[in-house]
Design a protein around this ligand. Structure first.
Ligand SMILES: [Zn+2]
Length: 81
């Protein structure tokens, strides 16, 4: 199962799907926070990780995101997964 992700407004309980997780994380890293269409408050990006074997699902809020610093060795750039 994929990670469930959505934007949530703490003020008015509005919930919107975050269709592209990668794009949502880039917006957080760049400070482009999604605002609630009802009350204009900044919405929280929430993630829910479905684990198998009947383990309890973990829910969390995205507090921040960042770009990794790409190490350079000589003229080569090492790509990390
Ligand atoms: Zn709202």
């Amino acid at each position: 199962m994929a990670t469930e992700r959505f934007f949530y407004c703490e003020k008015c309980d509005k919930k919107e799907n975050a269709y592209k997780l990668y794009d949502a994380l880039i917006d957080v890293a760049e400070g482009n926070f999604k605002k609630c269409p009802n009350c204009n408050k900044i919405m929280t990006l929430k993630l829910k990780f479905p684990f198998g074997l009947e383990a309890e699902h973990f829910k969390g809020n995205v507090l921040n995101a960042f770009y990794p610093e790409i190490p350079k060795i000589g003229n080569k750039i090492i790509n990390r997964p």
